[in-house]
Design a protein around this ligand. Structure first.
Ligand code: NAI
Ligand code: MG
Length: 498
């Protein structure tokens, strides 16, 4: 890094470990790039192996201290305070997160406002980790208690850093665990701001630790660490498989949220305007950098041409622009690497014989040339065998696939290694239930799309992941069950005296 070049940038030089702001021991400082300009916007710390070690040690220590003895209602009070501080910080956090990952400030504002409510929900669960009593013979008393799983490593992606932190760290803290957060190397800053909020809320030292760092160094070390009890990860499937191999020594727990290639099925009897509004909105959401995207749009043959036409017109009306402007509909991709990945899939789609109906190019005009902007893209005539229909692109690329009847729609929808989300549009209530009940995905939206709340369990079938986030059971992955059996008589006869 050129010290002079970055002298005027906001500087985040410290990691948050054991309630202290500390200099990386074996890490370094890097520049964080603003994807809308391609230029550094802040200086951020990268922690290394020794930093992960001391964060894990602090998290372990906190489990046996004040935090470990704190009753659930007091953990709830801290989480509620955190929710209030988060809500007050929404405008600033939205700007910061947008500089780091390029998503629209207005989208971050909406997401962060919801996240405050999410923390309230997790708070409401913190003092309800009840166990059960087990009926046994007279003189025997059996009961279960739910205890925190221990030290949790939260490995966070760049596409929605604060939301991912909320979905993992919220329930982990409600359950009484302690956490080491490792944000993505592309987006190190917002997690440090989150640490500041937890400090202000009054969480004891060591309960929340934040160590930005490289995946293959800090992330891998956290995964391999013998004193980490659980890893909660959102990211790429290949990374998850590697984590399972590298983190198997102490048989730690894993939960994974690993993306998708969602079918968005539109039957000819649907409210077509609403269906196409939803399909065009949810194919390009967050510049395509979302695991929940409806990127395979399955359209019944009689309305297929109309759908292609609407997609073509809609692509032309999307205002791609600076993330800071409320007038923008879509921002840049996170990085040059992600932009190149998207453009390479555009080339691939053409080679595979799909028809490029709209978009497909990097945007080099309108003051956007230095950022990683790409046009909203539409392929028609896509077959589900093509790689553009099988692989997660993570760019704003919609693939329109025709189908002839319900059976074929289901066959195409389920013919994917993924199983995170799915959508379907029909006015036939019987069909709605029939199709929804046969889709192999963890979340099915009927006559709506992308609706997600703290109360709705979220996670994947098949290669889209392990476990669920949100919902009434959100704390389960962060709790172990201890069964205690006690004899009220306390007598145990000698089996060897016969
Ligand atoms: P990734 O899975 O490599 O990175 C996500 C997080 O894991 C980051 O914090 C990273 O530092 C960490 N990480 C990477 N390698 C690690 C390792 N060996 N051990 C421990 N931690 C490690 O994803 P990446 O490379 O940023 O994106 C690649 C593709 O993954 C995207 O194009 C997209 O298709 C998919 N993806 C899916 C996401 C989702 O929401 N499910 C989120 C991010 C990426
Ligand atoms: Mg990677």
């Amino acid at each position: 890094m050129e010290p002079n070049a970055s002298a005027s940038l906001p500087r985040y030089e410290h990691l948050y470990i054991d309630g202290q702001w500390v200099t990386p021991l074996d890490g370094q400082l890097i520049e964080s790039i603003d994807p809308s300009t391609g230029k550094a916007w802040a200086v951020a710390p990268l922690g290394g192996i020794k930093d992960i070690d001391r964060a894990v040690a602090a998290a372990r220590q906190a489990l046996v201290g004040e935090w470990g003895r704190m009753p659930g209602h007091q953990r709830a009070a801290l989480l509620r305070r955190l929710a209030e501080l988060l809500l007050a910080a929404v405008p600033e956090l939205a700007r910061i997160e947008s500089r780091d990952n390029g998503n629209l400030v207005k989208d971050h504002r909406a997401s962060l406002t919801a996240q405050a409510q999410w923390f309230q929900w997790f708070a409401s669960l913190a003092d309800k980790t009840h166990g059960t009593t087990i009926p046994l013979e007279e003189g025997m008393h059996g009961f279960t208690t739910r205890v925190p799983v221990g030290v949790v490593g939260a490995i966070i992606p760049w596409n929605a850093p604060l939301l991912s932190i909320c979905l993992k760290v919220g329930p982990a803290l409600a359950a009484g665990c302690t956490v080491v957060i490792k944000p993505a190397e592309q987006t190190p800053v917002s997690a440090l701001e989150f640490a500041r909020l937890t400090q202000a809320a009054g969480f004891p030292p060591g309960v929340v630790n934040v160590v930005p760092g490289l995946g293959r160094i800090a992330g891998a070390h956290l995964v391999q660490h013998a004193d980490v009890d659980k890893i909660s990860f959102t990211g790429e499937g290949g990374t998850a498989k590697r984590m399972l191999r590298e983190g198997s020594d102490n048989l730690k727990r894993f939960s994974f949220e690993l993306g998708g290639k969602a079918p968005h099925i539109i039957f000819a009897d649907a409210d077509l305007d609403s269906a196409l509004n939803a399909a065009t909105a949810c194919a390009w959401r967050l510049t395509g950098q979302s695991c929940a995207l409806g990127s395979r749009v399955l359209v019944e043959r009689p309305i297929y041409d109309r759908a292609v036409e609407v997609f073509r017109e809609r692509a032309a009306s999307v205002r791609v622009g600076l993330p800071s402007l409320d007038s923008s509909h879509m921002g840049p991709q996170i990085s040059e690497e992600q932009l190149r990945k998207t453009l390479s899939y555009v080339d691939l789609g053409r080679q595979e014989g799909a028809e490029l109906v709209a978009g497909g190019r990097r945007i080099l005009s309108g003051g956007l040339a230095d950022g990683y902007f790409v046009e909203p893209t539409v392929f028609a005539g896509v077959s589900n065998r093509m790689r553009i229909a099988r692989e997660e692109i993570f760019g704003p690329v919609a693939s329109l696939i025709p189908f002839d009847d319900e059976e074929q729609a289901l066959a195409i929808a389920n013919d994917t290694p993924y199983g995170l989300t799915a959508g379907l549009w029909t006015r036939d209530v019987g069909r709605a239930h029939r199709v929804a009940s046969r889709i192999t995905a963890g979340m099915v939206w009927v006559n709506t799309y992308s609706y997600l709340r703290w109360s709705t369990p979220y996670g994947g079938f098949k290669t889209s992941g392990w476990g669920r986030e949100n919902g009434i059971d959100a704390l389960d992955p962060y709790l172990e069950t201890r069964t205690t059996i006690l004899s009220t008589e306390g007598r145990f006869s000698n089996p060897y005296d016969d």
